[in-house]
Design a protein around this ligand. Structure first.
Ligand SMILES: [Mg+2]
Length: 249
């Protein structure tokens, strides 16, 4: 008697992971072990629930910024909430098509971790939860505490913190003032953010954990880096608070 299989339902636990086999992690040092980028509003323009590859448009300087990380031999990845899947607005095929278009425009990423759940699904991967960051680091075989997450809203930075990684905020007009206030480390654009994490000035401890703080270190604290950053003290830099775009928060 033939067995009938029940169709698989949409997964309710765990992120979708795309990417090749692990490779050797970068040697220890000032460089991060990996840099993970948010997708919408960070690497590409935020088109809410976009499933159309033709609508993928890189953010200014995105290719240059990601290439700068690759040039150092540091793995790059993407961590992206795609609640449009849970809302019935996106299919996995569309998410994959957009992913491939992003790679056409920005080059290959070593890992993608995508959360297909909605805010009420109770998953552990939707940012600001740590699951995407943790899963991406596990796939890359790199320590999460030596990994940097770069994103445009507070949930990106919060997910980095929750996972034990470092977050850098690159504000856009949809970034809320309180998110900028809470971020700690912000940069005016993606290339500045990448330079900040790749080239901390000599003598500056790039990762200001408790031990570094005890030693008097300042995170990314060189004056040159400060000048390049939008900080809560100065409020300088491109972009700024504005009305929410209602995108993929
Ligand atoms: Mg974003």
């Amino acid at each position: 008697m033939p067995r009938h299989r029940t169709p698989l339902a949409r997964p309710v636990t765990g992120p979708w992971l795309f990417g090749g086999p692990r490779r050797a992690p970068a040697p220890p040092g000032a460089r991060p072990a990996a840099v993970l980028f948010d997708r919408d509003g960070t690497l590409v323009r935020d088109v809410p629930y976009n499933g159309d590859p033709a609508r993928v448009e890189p953010m200014p300087g995105a290719r240059e910024a990601v290439d700068a990380v690759r040039a150092r031999g540091v793995p790059v990845g993407v961590v992206s909430n795609q609640s449009g899947v849970a809302r019935g607005l996106l299919t996995r095929h569309q998410v994959e098509a957009v992913r491939l278009r992003v790679e056409q425009l920005l080059g290959p990423f070593d890992v993608w971790a995508v959360c297909p759940h909605g805010p009420d699904d109770g998953c552990g991967c939707r940012k600001p939860a740590p699951g995407l960051v943790a899963a991406a680091c596990a796939r890359l075989g790199v320590p999460v505490e030596a990994t940097v997450v770069i994103g445009d809203i507070g949930a990106d930075v919060a997910s980095a913190r929750a996972a034990g990684a470092r977050g850098v905020l690159v504000p856009t007009p949809v970034t809320l003032p309180e998110e900028i206030e809470a971020a700690g480390v912000t940069a005016r654009d993606l290339l500045t953010a990448v330079r900040l994490v790749l080239d901390p000035e000599p003598g500056i401890v790039p990762w200001a954990g408790p031990a570094a703080a005890a030693a008097g270190a300042v995170p990314y604290g060189a004056e040159g880096a400060r000048a390049a950053c939008r900080t809560r003290e100065t409020g300088e830099g491109a972009g700024g608070p504005g009305p929410s775009g209602g995108g993929t928060r």
